[in-house]
Design a protein around this ligand. Structure first.
Ligand SMILES: Nc1ncnc2c1ncn2[C@@H]1O[C@H](COP(=O)(O)OP(=O)(O)OP(=O)(O)O)[C@@H](O)[C@H]1O
Length: 248
């Protein structure tokens, strides 16, 4: 079992201790302790069905049953509905259905709530994602996978979050588009946003992550820097996939 006491834990913005969560009476994730500091990129890796997406949903308040300690910027999240979690600075980009296909790019940004100055913020998003500016009147269903993911990121950034939760941002993308999306992820700390990300392409993701956690059957079995996790060949082969495999 990896220690939850990692480098910089005292400065953590998100703190999770002994978290258990599930969809019914059965816990899917158990005794999870982890943290994320400001401007960190942290990846959660693990086998299929380990509970990675479930953990992210629990952090966003989307599960019926969550126990343990969950704090963000000193706020107890367990008593906060999802909307309040967004207000205190957490954004979530789900794996699927993360944009409205029947709305234009501009409309996708306009419908985001909890934005102090929406017009100005939309301009800022176009400056951050210049490719979207030229496509503002295009319906999201007609964008490429990479462009759609940019819209999803821009939507999540609209309320100026301090932390973004990303569930498999590279899902269903080609290797080239995956590179693009990972470049966007790496940009987030430079604009003041920390990232907690679930990613199947764990080798690639850990290579640019500050730290990572390995989840197995709902429990954290290892936590370390991204580089150290990749250097731990035995663990990497089991949980991250062998070098050269499709999920690399
Ligand atoms: N809505 C749901 N209702 C009930 N059980 C669910 C639901 N969603 C997921 N589960 C169960 O929770 C377990 C963990 O699923 P989860 O999607 O969190 O895993 P994961 O690690 O993200 O997997 P993958 O890498 O394959 O996406 C699985 O056994 C799954 O069947």
């Amino acid at each position: 079992m990896g220690s939850s006491l990692g480098h910089g834990e005292r400065d953590a913005v998100l703190r999770i201790e002994g978290l258990a969560a599930g969809y019914s009476e059965v816990d899917i994730v158990c005794d999870v302790s982890m943290h994320v500091c400001d401007r960190e990129i942290v990846t959660i890796a693990g086998t299929n069905g380990a509970g990675k997406s479930t953990l992210i949903k629990a952090l966003m308040g989307l599960l019926p049953r969550v126990r343990g300690k969950l704090e963000f910027g000193g706020v107890n999240l367990l008593t906060c509905p999802t909307e309040e979690r967004i207000r205190v600075g957490i954004s979530y980009v789900p794996q699927v259905q993360n944009v409205f296909g029947t709305l234009t790019v501009q409309e996708n940004l306009q419908v985001v709530e909890h934005v102090a100055n929406p017009r100005q913020r939309i301009q800022e998003m176009y400056e951050l994602f210049p490719a979207l500016a030229g496509r503002r009147r295009t319906h999201a269903c007609n964008l490429s996978g990479g462009e759609r993911q940019q819209v999803a990121f821009a939507r999540a950034l609209m309320p100026s979050p301090r932390l973004m939760l990303l569930d498999e941002p590279s899902a269903a993308l080609s290797p080239a588009l995956t590179q693009q999306v990972f470049a966007e992820v790496q940009r987030l700390p430079t604009i003041g946003v920390a990232v907690l990300m679930v990613e199947q392409r764990a080798r690639q993701a850990l290579a640019f992550s500050d730290r990572g956690y390995i989840l197995d059957s709902g429990r954290i079995v290892l936590s370390d820097s991204g580089a150290n996790l990749l250097a731990n060949k035995e663990m990497a082969d089991i949980y991250i996939g062998k070098a050269g495999q499709a999920n690399e």
